[in-house]
Design a protein around this ligand. Structure first.
Ligand code: FAS
Ligand code: PHB
Length: 389
C-alpha cells in the first residue's frame, strides 16, 4: 500500500493534522494502537486557546465546540482564604479561552475523518518506522496479518509512550526532563461547577483545581503523593480534601455527587530535541510533556500541528522544503515558552516536600504580588490565553 503521509496515533495531534491535510487533498493513513473506544475513553485536557479553536474551525470540526463550549474571560487564584480573579480578557485586549473537553475534540475530529471516508486503522499492533532518512515506510500488524505502507512522510503523533520518538536515532536526540514529586488525582462528576470560571488553589495541604466540562459536569483535581492509588480515595474523602483546600465561600459552593471517572496522572516536564529526523516529524506529546497546571498540553499539540501543516502544504503545493525544514525550530521556540509557563504555574501553586513554612510564605507573597500588579497579571494572562504563533 502507498499513501502520502502515515500518521502514527489517533489522538488530537494525529486527527487534527489528518483533517487539515485532507482539506488540501493530501492523503493520509492513521495507525492507532488502541481501539476507537479506548481513545475516546481517556479523560484529559479541558481548556482550548483561541488559536486551537481557530485550527479546529479550519479543519471544519468546530461546530459542536461553538455550540457547547464555554468561553471564559477569566480565571481565579485562591490563596489566603480568598479568590482573586485574573481578568484574562481585560489584560490581553479581549482574548479568552474555551472550556471544551479533549474527549469531545477527539470525538469531533474522528467523526469528521469517518464522514470523509479517510482511513484509520485501530488496534494496529507492532507499528514500526523504517528508512525515514530515505524512502520511508511503516509496517504494522492487524488481526495477525502484517502490512507495509510506503509514504512520503511519517508524522509521529503517538504521545509520550509511542514508538516514534524511540525510533529516532538515539545519538541525534537530546532530551530534557523534570519529574514533579506529586501527581494529580482527577474526578469527573455530573454536578454543577463550584464557580463560573476555573479556580486554581494554593493551600498548605496542597494544590487543588476546580474546572468543568459544562454547566452540569464538573472536573476537579487535588495534588496527591506521586505513589498514591485511586483505590485509597473514596468520593467522600475526595470531596472533603477538595473543600479543605478551597476558601470557605468556594468550598460551600461545591456540589458533591458520585464520581464517574477518577484517575491519577503523574506530572513531568519533558522536551525532546529536535522534532524532525529526515522524513519523520514528532508532534505533540511524542515530543514534549508539560504539567497540566498551565493547560498547555493539548494546545501545544495544536501549535505543532499548525507549523507542520504549513510546511507540508508548502511542500505539496509549491515543492518548497523550507517550511518542513523550519518545523522543529519554530515548534520548539513556542514549546519552551509553554514549558516554562507550566513549570512556573506548578512551582507557584503546589506544595513540594521542601516547601516548608518559608516556602509557603514565598509562594503566598508571589501570588499576592501577582494579583496586585498589572504587569505580573498581564504576564500570566498572555501566557494562559496562548502566546502568538
Ligand atoms: P495523545 O497521547 O493524546 O495521543 C497519542 C495516540 O497515539 C494515542 O491514542 C495512543 O494510543 C497512540 N499510540 C501510542 N503509541 C502508539 C503506537 N506505538 N502505535 C500506534 N499508536 C500509538 N493537557 C492539558 O492541556 N490539560 C490537562 O488537564 C491534561 N491532562 C492530562 C492527563 C493525562 C493522564 C495525560 C496523559 C495527559 C494530559 N494532558 C493534559 C495532556 C494531553 O491532553 C496531551 O497534551 C494531548 O493528549 C496530546 O495529544 P497527542 O499529541 O495527540 O497525544
Ligand atoms: C481540565 O479541565 O481538565 C483542566 C483545566 C485546566 C488545567 C488543567 C486541567 O490547567
Amino acid at each position: 500500500m502507498r499513501t502520502q503521509i502515515v500518521i502514527v496515533g489517533s489522538g488530537p495531534s494525529g486527527l487534527l493534522l489528518g483533517q487539515l491535510l485532507a482539506g488540501i487533498g493530501v492523503e493520509t493513513v492513521i495507525l492507532e494502537r488502541s481501539s476507537r473506544e479506548h481513545v475516546l475513553g481517556r479523560v484529559r485536557a479541558g481548556v482550548l486557546e483561541q488559536g486551537t479553536v481557530e485550527l479546529l474551525e479550519e479543519a471544519g470540526a468546530a461546530a459542536r465546540l461553538h455550540a457547547e463550549g464555554l468561553p471564559h474571560s477569566g480565571i481565579s487564584l485562591a490563596f489566603d482564604e480568598r479568590l482573586h480573579r485574573i481578568d484574562l480578557a481585560a489584560l490581553t485586549g479581549g482574548k479568552h479561552v474555551t472550556v471544551y473537553g479533549q474527549t469531545e475534540v477527539t470525538h469531533d475530529l474522528m467523526d469528521k475523518r469517518e464522514a470523509a471516508g479517510l482511513v484509520t486503522v485501530y488496534e494496529a499492533a507492532d507499528v514500526a518506522l523504517h528508512d525515514f532518512d530515505g524512502a520511508p515506510f511503516v509496517t504494522y500488524a492487524k488481526d495477525g496479518v502484517s502490512h507495509r505502507i510506503d509514504c512520503d512522510f511519517i508524522a509521529g503523533c503517538d504521545g509520550y509512550h509511542g514508538v516514534s520518538r524511540k525510533s529516532a536515532p538515539e545519538r541525534a536526540l537530546k532530551t530534557f526532563e523534570r519529574q514533579y514529586p506529586f501527581g494529580w488525582l482527577g474526578v469527573l462528576a455530573e454536578v454543577p461547577p463550584a464557580d463560573r470560571e476555573l479556580v486554581y488553589a494554593n493551600h498548605e495541604r496542597g494544590f487543588a483545581l476546580c474546572s468543568m466540562r459544562s454547566t452540569h459536569r464538573s472536573r476537579y483535581y487535588v495534588q496527591c503523593p506521586q505513589d498514591d492509588r485511586v483505590e485509597a480515595w473514596s468520593d467522600d474523602r475526595f470531596w472533603d480534601e477538595l473543600r479543605r483546600r478551597l476558601p470557605e465561600q468556594t468550598a460551600a459552593s461545591v456540589t458533591t455527587g458520585p464520581s464517574f471517572e477518577k484517575s491519577i496522572a503523574p506530572l513531568r516536564s519533558f522536551v525532546a530535541e529536535p522534532m524532525h529526523f529526515g522524513r519523520l516529524f514528532l508532534v505533540g506529546d511524542a515530543a514534549h510533556i508539560v504539567p497540566p497546571t498551565g493547560a498547555k498540553g493539548l494546545n501545544l499539540a495544536a501549535s505543532d500541528v499548525r507549523y507542520l501543516f504549513a510546511g507540508l502544504r508548502d511542500f505539496y503545493t509549491d515543492k518548497s522544503q523550507s517550511g518542513i525544514e523550519a518545523y522543529s525550530q519554530k515548534a520548539l521556540a513556542r514549546v519552551w515558552k509553554a514549558v516554562r509557563f507550566s513549570w512556573w504555574m506548578t512551582t507557584m501553586l503546589h506544595r513540594f516536600p521542601d516547601t516548608g513554612d518559608f516556602g509557603q510564605r514565598i509562594q503566598e507573597a508571589e501570588l499576592d504580588y501577582l494579583v496586585h500588579s498589572q504587569a505580573a497579571s498581564t504576564a500570566l494572562a498572555e501566557n494562559y490565553v496562548g502566546l502568538p504563533w
